[in-house]
Design a binder for this molecule. Structure first.
Ligand SMILES: Cc1cc2nc3c(=O)[nH]c(=O)nc-3n(C[C@H](O)[C@H](O)[C@H](O)COP(=O)(O)OP(=O)(O)OC[C@H]3O[C@@H](n4cnc5c(N)ncnc54)[C@H](O)[C@@H]3O)c2cc1C
Length: 402
């Protein structure tokens, strides 16, 4: 298998689309600056992240050196402007997500949470003081942020949250429990959504504040190179400056999720591309005895044709979504359609790649089953596949069936 990866590396170095032919010449749509961010991200993934990955996966930890390294590359919040953010545009951000997830969904998730679920809301809804206090450190990866929306009894329906923030003299008292907070174990600050004065509000909570308990969820069989935390807030006293002033109601967390789902629509392309590249190379190279390669058999070709078609459709979807975001015409329902389609396609591609590698498909070193296990989570988080189905059903019919 070592030969397979040398072959892949050689072959994929010349194009950001890897060995399977880029049938619709997707690459021609990208500017030099966008290609350059994709290439530098891929180099970081290959040279710095991959050597840490198998160990992180086996131990169920996120490599501690990664936040500052991706910060130094300018990837965190690279579609935002000001406060040191790179302002490279939404397509460049999407291409970076794709390269990060080619490495591992946990790596892309780290950047998604930090960029879309913490930096973006501070940038969009924060006070001047909050922007100056938090954005430079988060952007640089010197500080880590996490996002607390899900609760033990409120996942797909986050408006059922029971966490509350009560107004008291000079501030707030936060009480409740959040679950599944990506980066939560290593975070410096948590953006916590709570019911306050009859609506939902966001609070920037330094995690060292008295009254916070946090613990790691696991062991997990997916997203092992990413850390997930639960946090309990036992009457945590916050100042007035913790409240995110610019948004009220579910629009706050839902608009953050639209940003993060955009990155997922691009990110999963990377995982799917790596799986298809590996499956194609493997089936072309594997012969049993004197027989023809696996790739010469009809049933194998049917699987490769299906995977290639679905991947190409996903790439075109992501590109079109990027154009809409960049033009300021992005609609949340478009994001739902692309998140739902692209994650489903990527998961099928990863599962089929595992199948095509036979027994070798379950080895960690061969990557495809790790991607498949990760994509099981991506299928569920940021709105499950079925919840996005219902969003589309609502849009199509006018009837809400949630
Ligand atoms: C590794 C990981 C990282 C995560 N990171 C974060 C994070 O950083 N911050 C955060 O806040 N959350 C995070 N989450 C939580 C994630 O967003 C939730 O798991 C997700 O929203 C689903 O909620 P749930 O797990 O409670 O499932 P449920 O909502 O209980 O859903 C269970 C099943 O029921 C279905 N279902 C639910 N409602 C309906 C309905 N009305 N009609 C039909 N079917 C329905 C779902 O589709 C699903 O199949 C993370 C989760 C994981 C696994």
């Amino acid at each position: 298998m070592r030969g397979l990866f040398l072959w892949l590396r050689r072959h994929s170095a010349s194009t950001i689309d890897g060995p399977m032919r880029d049938l619709f010449a997707l690459e021609r749509h990208f500017t030099d600056a966008e290609r350059s961010i994709a290439e530098s991200t891929r180099r970081f993934v290959d040279d710095t992240f991959r050597p840490l990955l198998d160990d992180a996966w086996e131990h169920g930890t996120f490599p501690r050196e990664v936040p500052k390294a991706v910060g130094a590359l300018g990837l965190i919040g690279c579609n935002l402007h000001g406060y040191g953010c790179a302002n490279l545009g939404d397509v460049a951000y999407g291409l970076a997500c794709r390269e990060l997830e080619r490495g591992d969904s946990g790596l892309r998730s780290f950047v998604s949470v930090q960029s879309s679920l913490v930096l973006w809301p501070i940038h969009t809804y924060g006070s001047q003081e909050q922007k100056e206090r938090w954005i430079p450190g988060l952007r640089a990866g010197e500080l880590v942020g996490c996002f607390g929306l899900t609760e033990p009894d409120a996942g797909s329906n986050p408006s059922a949250m029971t966490t509350t923030a009560e107004r008291v003299d000079g501030g707030w008292v936060l009480s409740g429990e959040k679950r599944w907070m990506t980066n939560g174990t290593i975070a410096d600050v948590a953006l916590v959504w709570a019911k306050a004065e009859g609506t939902v509000r966001g609070f920037l909570v330094p995690v060292q504040t008295a009254g916070i308990e946090r613990w790691t969820l696991g062991p997990k069989l997916s997203f092992r190179a990413s850390e997930s935390a639960a946090m309990r807030f036992n009457d945590v006293r916050l100042g007035d400056d913790a409240l995110l002033p610019g948004v009220k109601g579910m629009k706050g967390p839902l608009s953050c999720l639209t940003q993060a789902r955009y990155g997922i629509g691009w990110g999963v392309l990377g995982a799917a591309e790596e799986c298809l590249d590996i499956a194609t190379a493997y089936t072309k190279n594997r012969r049993q005895g004197e027989g023809k390669p696996l790739a010469g058999h009809q049933l194998v070709q049917a699987k490769l044709a299906e995977m290639w078609t679905e991947l190409t459709a996903s790439q075109l979807f992501a590109l079109e979504l990027g154009r809409h975001k960049q033009a300021g015409t992005l609609e949340p329902v478009q994001v739902s359609m692309v998140k739902r389609h692209n994650v489903h396609a990527a998961l099928q591609i990863a599962r089929t790649s595992r199948e095509l590698l036979g027994g070798n498909g379950i080895l960690l070193e061969n990557r495809v089953m790790r991607h498949a296990a990760n994509l099981e989570t991506v299928y569920t988080y940021e709105g499950t596949h079925d919840v996005h189905t219902l969003v589309l059903g609502h849009e199509a019919t006018g009837y809400a069936a949630y």
